[in-house]
Unconditional design. Structure first.
Lengths: 274, 313
């Protein structure tokens, strides 16, 4: 009986490891390619015989990835705080105040969540041009600074907290804004972290909108820089692409490791939206 | 935001406040909270969406910023365009490939990482890594793996599936399957978490009494786990359909829609038309995509409300 259990356990771990090879393998292989030196074949051997950081240095020196990195950080740094503030502001009356037009506003906001971006990207592209937002950091984040999904997520969070605390604050004479800021916001902090993560993921890796709006290379984000680099997909360039891919991924990995449990709980929060 | 006079707030339950003043405060306050979002969403979301509807009945020239009314000509154009229909069929094929894999594989993963064994939480994290990887990076990594001299083609030769090293992305018969594998890979960990939440809501004593009755592990899976996971299956299916219709990076960065249109989906078709400045055609095709998205959302609402009724019953 015991030996049977043991062999079952070995099979279980073997299966778990096999799946790990599939999910993590591509990163591992990309990392190995990025460490290969100039005259080494890309696919001839798996491990670099003469590991070097030259490709990482080149991605900054030759391919301008320092600038793209900075642009991506700026864009993400604008998007996260604004989205958190605007969404939690808008969500609060939709959850807590009784006013004429509330259900209409809510229905309109929620229904925009199912509209595919590809439907309105052309008019948005033109609008951004007319408003002078082409090739600007603000132009890159117009889709992320207040999102229907964020409003929905924050509203759900406000609905879950008990009303009594806010009511007693009103009785003490606080204004609606003060109650929002001092009572309600601290109670929905975990959801704010979740929304921050969603905003980070949506902005950091965003591809299609920056591709359209950043026509000058000085406004490229990491995704666009990487995509442009991959136009030449052979030979020595693959090592550079690998190094740049690793660079693009490292910040998201660090944040994932740091805020793991919020990623996991956020996955199920986001799922209910559809 | 300006400091507001305290008396105007509806603490009226305790202290009577002049009626007019109270009405004005409670009328404006919610709209002040909503104002920034309404301005932003109105400008950058609602206005472009309305414009897209408008452009779809115009012969719109984006550079000249003018267009003549042409009625339904754009729709007539796409419905008689064989490229559009190929894109439509490719989108459905893509969903057909991804859907069963997205429903089954993450379920297996969830059952595995739900075991109470040492190190299992590490595996959960490792399986989630593709989810947090920027899609551009994921697409490029897989493009490298698919290349003729790389791993995948070697494994396929070793397995005897191909006689000589082949890049699956450049064969029109395999390209769509190859790009859908990237999508499946990226979503594995995400849907695993959805299933894990479903698994953890199954009461433990059901398994205990089943094992007392002598049920095997396999029987427990088919008779208990799988039926109890049906709500998660519905959720994963609908999410896969909604996300799958909008798939873009995996295709744009690996095959660009080729070879010979084999991976041109509706989104790629819209993108290509936009790139050739045929924005009215792109808007018309975008509306077709919108109708499909609405259909999927209605399906979801129907299925989830049915689920709630089932739970209540």
């Amino acid at each position: 009986m015991k030996s049977k259990k043991r062999s079952q356990l070995i099979w279980l771990y073997a299966l778990l490891l096999f799946i790990t090879v599939i999910t993590v393998g591509p990163f591992f292989i990309t990392l190995l390619i990025s460490l290969k030196s100039a005259n080494e074949g890309i696919y001839t051997v798996l491990f670099p015989t003469d590991p070097t950081l030259a490709n990482f240095i080149d991605s900054f020196a030759k391919a301008d990835f320092g600038l793209y990195f900075l642009n991506t950080v700026i864009v993400t740094g604008i998007a996260i705080p604004l989205n958190l503030i605007f969404c939690s502001l808008a969500a609060y009356p939709l959850a807590r105040m009784d006013f004429r037009g509330r259900s209409v506003v809510l229905a309109l906001i929620i229904s925009t969540m199912m509209v595919p971006f590809q439907l309105y990207m052309a008019p948005l592209f033109q609008l951004a041009g007319e408003l002078g937002l082409r090739n600007s950091h603000i132009g890159l984040v117009v889709m992320q600074v207040s999102t229907a999904f964020g409003i929905y997520l924050m509203r759900q969070a406000f609905l879950r907290i008990p009303k009594e605390l806010e009511e007693s604050a009103y009785l003490d004479g606080a204004s609606k804004f003060k109650v929002w800021y001092l009572v309600a916001i601290p109670l929905v902090k975990p959801t704010l972290v979740t929304l921050a993560i969603f905003t980070f993921m949506g902005t950091w890796g965003d591809y299609l909108w920056p591709l359209l709006n950043s026509t000058e290379s000085s406004m490229y984000t990491l995704s666009i820089g990487l995509a442009q680099l991959s136009q030449n997909f052979d030979g020595a360039n693959l090592k550079l692409i690998s190094a740049a891919s690793i660079l693009t991924t490292i910040p998201t990995l660090l944040i994932f490791i740091w805020l793991q449990k919020y990623f996991i709980s956020g996955a199920t929060d986001g799922a209910v939206k559809g | 935001m300006a400091r507001q006079p305290i008396v105007t707030e509806p603490i009226a339950r305790s202290k009577p406040v002049p009626k007019r003043k109270k009405w004005r405060a409670s009328f404006f306050t919610p709209w002040l909270f909503l104002l920034p979002s309404i301005v932003i969403l109105g400008t950058f979301l609602a206005y472009p969406i309305i414009e897209a509807f408008h452009w779809s009945v115009l012969d719109y020239k984006i550079i000249a910023d003018t267009g003549e009314y042409v009625g339904l000509a754009n729709f007539r154009e796409i419905f008689t365009d064989s490229t559009f229909w190929k894109a439509f069929v490719n989108t459905l094929l893509f969903l057909l490939i991804v859907l069963p894999l997205n429903v089954l594989l993450p379920m297996i993963l969830a059952v595995l990482v739900n075991q109470k064994i040492r190190g299992v939480s590490t595996f959960r994290v490792l399986y989630y890594l593709p989810v947090v990887t920027p899609m551009v990076v994921g697409a490029l990594m897989w493009k490298m793996l698919y290349s003729q001299n790389s791993m995948i083609s070697q494994v396929l030769v070793w397995l005897g599936i191909f006689d000589s090293p082949t890049n699956l992305l450049v064969q029109s018969s395999t390209a769509l399957v190859a790009v859908s594998m990237i999508t499946v890979w990226k979503g594995l960990g995400y849907y695993m978490i959805i299933y894990l939440a479903g698994l953890q809501s199954i009461p433990k004593d059901v398994y205990e009494s089943a094992s007392i009755d002598g049920a095997s592990v396999f029987q427990m899976f088919t008779r208990i786990t799988f039926p109890m996971l049906m709500p998660s299956v519905t959720l994963v299916s609908v999410m896969t359909i909604i996300a799958g219709m909008k798939v873009f990076e995996e295709i744009a960065l690996t095959t660009g829609g080729g070879p010979a249109g084999a991976t041109t989906t509706l989104v790629m078709y819209i993108f290509d038309n936009f790139m050739s400045l045929d924005v009215s055609t792109a808007s018309a095709a975008g509306l077709v995509l919108l109708i499909m998205a609405i259909g999927a959302s209605l399906l979801q609402m129907k299925l989830t409300s049915k689920r709630e009724n089932d739970l209540r019953a």
